[in-house]
Design a protein around this ligand. Sequence first.
Ligand code: AVI
Length: 321
Amino acid sequence: MQNTNIAPVVTTEFEKEVHAGLTDYPKHLSSKYFYDKKGDKLFQDIMAMPTYYLTDCEYEILKNNKEKITELFANSGTFDLIELGAGDGKKTKILLKEFSDKNIDFTYVPIDISENALNQLHNSCKKELPKVNVLPIQGTYFEALKEIKHRKNRKVILFLGSNIGNLEHDQAVGFMKKIQQLMQPNDLLLIGFDQKKNPKTILDAYNDQEGVTAAFNKNILARINTELDGNFDLSQFLHWEVYNPETGSAKSYLVSKIEQNIRIEALDLTIKFKQWETIHTEISQKYDDQIINWLAKESGLKMTTDYQSTEYGYKNCVFKK
Ligand code: AVI
């Protein structure tokens, strides 16, 4: 439902989206705003938790298939290894090390919305993989795609960690189409897809007992407090995860425990919450082969290879134009 209130003059993307999301019904905020310095650290902590199986699965896939992947990526000479949403690059470093050891001619182009994460990644690459040429780009996926469009080298694009799952299906198709449009026939796209599995396993991954995922989810409110002079009391919101095994969508919410008014000074805005009113903050889509094939078909891509984890159900699929 669209809000019809007249909005005050707002400037940044963050301000615009917070205003639009919190004055809409039902309320929503984008998970891309989880990631500031604190959010990056919380996500690293999540990735280190045994319940968050996704990281280990993908790590295992890349480790077990690094020779085959090297052959596939490097068989047509020089390339740019472009990573969308690179984060700490922990998994990618398996490939970077393998390429470096085999003297493969490539440039690593990590792209991330978080400048902090990119700086850390760049510094760690300099130390651990001094032979690797690194060209970091800070920005959203769409901003970054515009930049890489002009690069001349063959492109091998990585979109790991089931990051694609943070997009609704129509956004994922739009995104994959955009990538497809900038790919040449020799270019490759490797995407990590978390698979549908025991619903309990999925709920446990997004609802840890230690409360790290809850803090990660609530970090978006903390950012509104610090960056937009808001007065959210984080303890008055519940982190709530739901998983629909039919559609494969895991969704995160923040639920207001009480009726409350929140003031966001930078937007000159007061937001009313009814008791148990929700803010939808994240989708973490889980896939099956049918959905993956549908995404590929809709975006004009062909799957050439896939690699599977031994446990839990996680896949890395390689696509061509
Ligand atoms: C980054 N992204 C793929 C993670 C996911 O699984 O959706 C973010 C996350 N949210 C809660 N835990 C991890």
